[in-house]
Design a protein around this ligand. Structure first.
Ligand SMILES: Nc1ncnc2c1ncn2[C@@H]1O[C@H](COP(=O)(O)OP(=O)(O)OP(=O)(O)O)[C@@H](O)[C@H]1O
Length: 271
């Protein structure tokens, strides 16, 4: 099967006052169709910049200096801005950590979904509303029809993140980039959102790039993992292999801190 995404030799840098910051420094990875890759690493390791490079949503002082980003075999770095606008949201979409800032506080969530659907698909208002409702149901928002007329602040943090995922999935993308989508949520809601992403992946076959600093999230959701450190992937492979026999000292350290953070009973069970 052909991969959905192949990133090869990606270098992304930022111009800063006294030179350049090499945020992504020669990164290669592949996501198979329907695959879920976890990209894990500590803050500042270059995970978000990798995700944003794929969609070419980088800050003004950024430059993709080298590399290829093949989506279904076509290099996104050669696409025009117009072509990229077509791809974003429709074929590749992204969810971020903070749903409250990404949703417009002054519009009902149903209307925001309808707007996104109509932006990308040639459908009438009525059909767009049906699709919006389907998306709300897909992400298991209880009483979805009524919830369509809620404003973002009337929903819980978990429900808002579900709406964000609904927005991201409304146009049936092949690839979802999820950048720390559960970090701002409490542990129980975090698990529910991760399980939702797993269901979406199973039911729709949407490939997922899960960006996280949390190996627990990787273990629960992903099949393969790439560990990032200082702009490079220092280790990658199946989640099982990397979790059981981490080779790179940085991965061992990262895993060590996860185990220390877990309560003793969890440690016993997983030991
Ligand atoms: N606009 C910018 N200008 C200069 N440097 C930047 C800019 N955006 C990001 N960087 C730098 O790029 C590097 C990688 O950042 P990135 O946000 O990808 O890290 P991360 O692994 O996603 O961490 P986090 O989880 O905190 O988002 C960091 O050193 C960061 O300071």
């Amino acid at each position: 099967m052909n991969p959905v995404l192949e990133v090869a030799g990606l270098h992304t840098e930022f111009a800063v006052e006294h030179g350049t910051v090499k945020a992504v420094d020669g990164v290669d990875f592949t996501i198979e169709q329907g695959g879920i890759l976890g990209m894990v690493g500590e803050s500042g390791s270059g995970k978000s910049v990798t995700g944003l490079s794929i969609l070419r949503l980088l800050a003004r002082n950024a430059r993709i200096a080298e590399g290829k980003i093949l989506f279904h075999g076509e290099d996104l770095l050669t696409k025009s801005d117009r072509e990229m606008r077509e791809i974003r949201g429709r074929r590749i979409s992204m969810v971020f950590q903070n749903a409250m800032t990404a949703l417009d506080p002054f519009f009902r969530v149903g209307d925001q979904l309808v707007e996104v659907i109509r932006l990308h698909q040639r459908v009438g208002r009525r059909e767009a509303r049906l699709k919006a409702l389907e998306a709300m149901e897909l992400v298991r928002i209880p009483d979805a029809a009524r919830r369509m007329s809620s404003y973002p602040h009337q929903l819980s943090g978990g429900q808002r993140q579900r709406v964000m995922i609904a927005l991201a999935l409304a146009c049936g993308p092949d690839l979802l980039i999820a950048d720390e989508p559960t970090t701002a949520l409490d542990a129980t809601v975090q698990k529910q959102i991760i399980d939702l992403l797993a269901e979406v992946n199973r039911e729709l076959g949407t490939a997922i790039l899960m960006i996280t600093h949390d190996f627990g999230v990787v273990a629960r959701l992903c099949r393969t993992v790439a560990v990032m450190y200082a702009g490079k992937i220092v280790e990658s492979g199946s989640v099982r292999k990397v979790l059981e026999t981490p080779e790179h000292p940085y991965t061992q350290r990262l895993l060590g801190s996860v185990l220390r953070l877990r309560p003793p009973e969890v440690r016993r069970v997983s030991a």
